[in-house]
Write a protein that binds this ligand. Structure first.
Ligand SMILES: [Zn+2]
Length: 60
């Protein structure tokens, strides 16, 4: 199964277009973090994440 990461918000998705911000996605990404609750997650705040889900740490 291929997994893409959004170039804009880094959200992981199987789609070619991000369902969150409609940005383009790429398979060139490294590592990921799962955000369960963006309200209380320091990582989510640092990365500007507002929706729960899985996000790539680095997207090229
Ligand atoms: Zn996005």
């Amino acid at each position: 199964m291929k997994v893409n990461a959004c170039k804009e918000c880094k959200r992981l998705t199987e789609l070619d277009v991000c369902e969150s911000c409609k940005g383009k996605t790429t398979q060139n990404w490294i590592g990921f973090v799962a955000i369960a609750d963006p309200e209380t997650s320091d990582v989510a705040k640092k990365m500007g994440i507002k929706l729960k889900g899985k996000y790539a740490l680095k997207v090229r």
